[in-house]
Design a protein around this ligand. Structure first.
Ligand code: AP5
Length: 223
């Protein structure tokens, strides 16, 4: 099963993508996570991406597209993936079609997680992430048992640089101008599912799973 998760910053794409990937045994490919790791490790990719990410801008298409083309060739993606954070521009969406065609694959579904903008600011500014394992928390909606400490590995929780309110608002503007047109692109292809993301995390997962099952997508994929 080959899925894409789209939606504004803080909508819950990452939270849901992790759950869907785990439930169906497919790869979770998150461009934001790949870039954050590259920045942390100070790799050439990280050095190129850092300033764009810190200011809430998109990393230039050519950098992202090359990176994702390489990632999708890895063996864990053959039997299925959920892409989280890519594509984010029409140019990226068209490039993805080309990359998949070369791999003789095509997308089964694009899931748009929809959440009102004011709620997105609350979600992003309240997010905390584990420095060690990357687990995601929210100080109100899904707090760790002990403040500042990861339940899963005991690592320290931190706030992402781009989760300060001013940068979140900038990211929302960029979403409206660059990424919102993707919904119409995939709607025209007949593969878009809109999911109301303004519910609890479990309710959103249930809605996505219901959609996957209703469309009979779970069994698709190359072995
Ligand atoms: P990226 O990391 O992809 O950021 P994003 O798309 O802005 O998405 P977020 O990670 O902020 O939010 P999310 O929707 O995954 O929500 P989450 O599940 O974490 O990208 C970061 C940067 O990298 C970009 O700004 C750009 O610079 C660069 N980049 C990445 N991809 C790129 C690309 N393709 N092209 C160019 N540049 C690219 O949830 C948010 C919070 O809400 C969490 O605290 C969570 O616990 C909580 N939450 C989730 N769901 C719910 C719920 N239902 N109810 C209550 N709380 C919830």
């Amino acid at each position: 099963m080959y899925l894409v998760m789209i939606g504004p910053p803080g909508a819950g794409k990452g939270t849901q993508a992790v759950r869907i990937a785990w439930q169906y045994g497919i790869a979770h490919v998150a461009t934001g996570d790949i870039f954050r790791n590259a920045v942390k490790e100070k790799t050439p990719l990280g050095l190129k991406a850092k300033s764009y990410m810190e200011s809430g801008q998109l990393v230039p298409d050519e950098i992202v597209i090359d990176m994702i083309a390489e990632r999708l060739e890895e063996p864990d993606c053959r039997s299925g993936f959920v892409l989280d954070g890519f594509p984010r521009t029409l140019n990226q969406a068209q490039a993805l079609d080309g990359v998949l065609a070369k791999l003789t694959l095509s997308l089964d579904r694009v899931i748009l997680v929809d959440v009102p903008f004011e709620e997105l600011v609350n979600r992003a500014t309240g997010r905390r992430v584990c420095k060690d394992c990357g687990a995601n928390y929210h100080i109100v909606y899904s707090p760790p048992s002990k403040p500042g400490v990861c339940d899963r590995c005991g690592g320290e929780l931190y706030q992402r640089d781009d989760d300060k309110e001013e940068t979140v608002r900038k990211r929302l503007q960029v979403y409206v101008s660059e990424s919102q047109p993707l919904a119409a692109y995939y709607q025209d292809k007949g593969i878009l599912s809109r999911i109301d993301g303004n519910r609890t995390i479990d309710e959103v997962t249930e809605a996505i799973v219901r959609e996957i099952e209703a469309l009979g997508l779970a069994s698709r994929g190359k072995k």
